[in-house]
Ligand binder design. Structure first.
Ligand SMILES: [Mn+2]
Length: 212
């Protein structure tokens, strides 16, 4: 049997004897201590926060751009019995995002359906012919994108021109011009100052659920 060997390489300047002791007390080896130190966890208090996270530590979801607008529009859709389409993505992030939003909205009494685009026939992100189909054939009057949407100008403008609001929730790179959506919830939106820019798509979806 071959025993694998790993050659970890560390930046030489990050070793900190005091922090290594603190980490050791918490049951962590010196390699983990160094990795954490390198990532900015450098004292007992921040180590405790990292090892024993609490829901209280979560950032306020309403710090995200347009969150209030998104929540108000979805609430209105629930009250008026509108048909909501959750438009996801075909990868792990997109599917988990869609599940989070579907389960949360259904708990609130929403009528919602999920569409996960087909990578080969629909491509990634908002697809104008899929949007058109759901609006014309399935009576959808509100679209919520998860893990996609911020670059879906054409399909979003089509939906909005047909009187259907699109709420974008996404984490992909912000294009220079944003689509003309009803609301854009994105951790990097320049008009808001959400404290953590690196949420995954399902992280943004989770924040929407938290807001409700
Ligand atoms: Mn993603």
């Amino acid at each position: 049997m071959i025993t694998p060997t790993y050659e970890w390489q560390f930046a030489p300047q990050v070793e900190d004897a005091d922090f290594t002791k603190i980490a050791k007390k918490a049951g962590l080896g010196p390699e983990v201590a160094r990795l954490l130190f390198e990532r900015g966890i450098q004292d007992e208090e921040s180590l405790k926060k990292f090892l024993e996270p609490s829901l209280e530590d979560l950032h306020d979801p309403y710090l995200l751009h347009d969150m209030d607008k998104a929540v108000a529009r979805i609430r209105q859709a629930i009250e008026e019995g509108e048909n909501i389409l959750i438009y996801g993505d075909y990868d792990a992030d997109g599917m988990t995002s869609a599940s989070i939003v579907k389960e949360s909205l259904e708990q609130l009494g929403a009528e919602c359906r999920v569409y996960l685009p087909n990578r080969f026939t629909d491509g990634y992100g908002p697809n104008a012919s899929v949007y058109k189909y759901f609006i014309e054939q399935e009576g959808i009057s509100l679209i919520v994108t998860v893990d996609n949407g911020v670059a879906g100008h054409e399909a979003i403008e089509l939906a909005q021109s047909m009187g259907v609001d699109v709420i974008v929730t996404d984490h992909h790179s912000m294009p220079e011009t944003l689509p003309d959506a009803y609301a854009i919830v994105h951790p990097e939106h320049p008009d808001a100052s959400y404290p953590f820019k690196y949420l995954a798509g399902c992280g943004v979806a989770f924040k929407l659920a938290c807001a409700f």
